[in-house]
Design a protein around this ligand. Structure first.
Ligand code: PGA
Ligand code: ZN
Length: 412
């Protein structure tokens, strides 16, 4: 007889920002256990699933959700997620909370994988319908300088990232990220900047501008690698955080730009630095700005929707015909269930969009789900902050473990 869900319990733990979050445990009647903790963003999209206060969330998980799911089949992920969505009954999961729902949805998949005695990424690949014998690995995107809502340093853009070129084996890509991270620390010190870090582990000194940040990155990469050949740059502008009523304000360069002016500003950066990736370049509601920029630069770089699409399949379907972006961020907690996350990824891939699976700025070292998810769906990229700080490296280290495991098997 196949095991059923026996009990769902939940308590609060502290995340990387010192905020409380959920730790949910799903127990099957064969003794298998799945545990899932939940990340939280600071620069959230307006259409994300609702984040219920933690104590309320614990109450929902241990009463309503537990009562509904006990006795259910943990291998029928679609049915579990449908039940959660139906019991919630609101468009943005306000009743049960996106955080409560996601913790159960993911913990059920972990318990099912444990019961089958297969690694999580293999179980997720099967659920997703990825039947490949050998798994492809996402290219890691390392956030080495922090600004925006992740630091209090006056730097408008949220994330400055280095990207090892694709086709580099994962272990080498990680090595490259680590080297550049140490190099940029030295470059900052040499130039008299502090080396405190932001929420995602990247350095966050005061006094940087987008141009000085990119210049320091150039120096940090060039001493060990070929810039624009082995290593490229990416930016998550998270434009909502520097949008004022009318203008986009890059105060550190005394710029107050219209949407068209900001598009020109980005084009200038793209012409002067090896930038291949630009995330949330405009506010999520500024579709005109997105469309204009996509027309200008859509063939030259990845224009990535995060707040724009919030991992929501229904929103993505509406965005695709507007031609605003050619890549998406995937954050399961933006939408709230594994099934909807899979659906979003499927729609993005069918539309020819690149997929970047992402952590959140408030995260936990206990949670490495996105590493297994990225491998399972053959995501193009994974974004988990700097190659430093426990909650950031936990994901990279889990990928390394999967990579070495798969490689050994390959060599057998
Ligand atoms: P958040 O930021 O996790 O604080 O929302 C991450 C991002 O914008 O990519
Ligand atoms: Zn983002």
């Amino acid at each position: 007889m196949l095991p059923k869900i026996k009990n769902i319990s939940c308590h609060k733990i502290v995340n990387s920002r010192g905020d409380w979050t959920l730790r949910t445990r799903v127990l099957l009647d064969d003794g298998s256990i799945g545990i899932q903790t939940i990340p939280e963003g600071a620069s959230k999209g307006k259409n994300e699933a609702f984040y219920l206060p933690v104590q309320e969330s614990i109450n929902k998980v241990t009463t309503i959700i537990n009562d509904a799911l006990v006795g259910e089949d943990p291998f029928n992920q679609g049915q579990i997620d449908r039940m959660l969505v139906e019991i919630d009954g609101t468009p943005n999961k306000r009743h049960l909370g996106g955080n409560s729902i996601l913790s159960v949805s993911l913990a059920v998949s972990q318990a099912a994988a444990a019961s089958r005695k297969v690694p999580l990424y293999k179980y997720l690949a099967e659920l997703f319908g990825n039947k490949k014998e050998s798994f492809t690995f996402p290219t890691p995107v390392f956030n080495i300088l922090n600004g925006g809502k992740h630091a209090n340093n006056g730097l408008s853009f949220q994330e400055f990232m280095v990207m090892p070129a694709g086709r580099v084996p994962f272990d080498e890509a990680l090595e490259m990220g680590v080297t550049v991270y140490h190099n940029i620390e030295n470059v900052l010190k040499k130039n008299g900047y502090d080396t405190e870090v932001g929420d995602e582990g990247g350095y966050a000194p005061e006094g940087l501008t987008p141009h000085t940040a990119l210049d320091f990155m150039k120096e940090a990469v060039s001493s060990d690698f070929k810039l624009g050949d082995q290593v490229f740059f990416g930016i998550d502008a998270a434009a909502d955080s520097f949008k004022r009523i009318i203008t986009y304000s890059i105060d550190e360069e005394a710029l107050h730009l219209s949407s068209a002016g900001l598009a020109d500003y980005y084009s200038d950066l793209v012409n002067n630095y090896p930038i291949i990736y630009l995330e949330d370049p405009f506010q999520e509601s500024d579709h005109k700005g997105w469309a204009r920029f996509f027309e200008m630069q859509g063939r030259n770089l990845m224009i990535v929707g995060d707040d724009l699409v919030v991992t929501n399949p229904r929103i993505l379907e509406k965005i695709i015909p507007k031609k605003l972006n050619n890549a998406v961020i995937v954050k399961p907690n933006q939408v709230g269930t594994l099934t909807e996350t899979f659906e979003f990824i499927r729609i993005a891939k069918e539309a020819g969009m690149m997929v970047n699976v992402s952590h959140r700025s408030g995260d936990t070292a206990e949670d490495t789900f996105i590493a297994d998810l990225a491998v399972a769906v053959s995501a193009d990229f994974i974004k988990s902050g700097a190659p430093a700080r426990g909650e950031r490296v936990a994901k990279y280290n889990r990928l390394l473990e999967i990579f070495l495991h798969e490689k050994d098997k390959f060599e057998e």
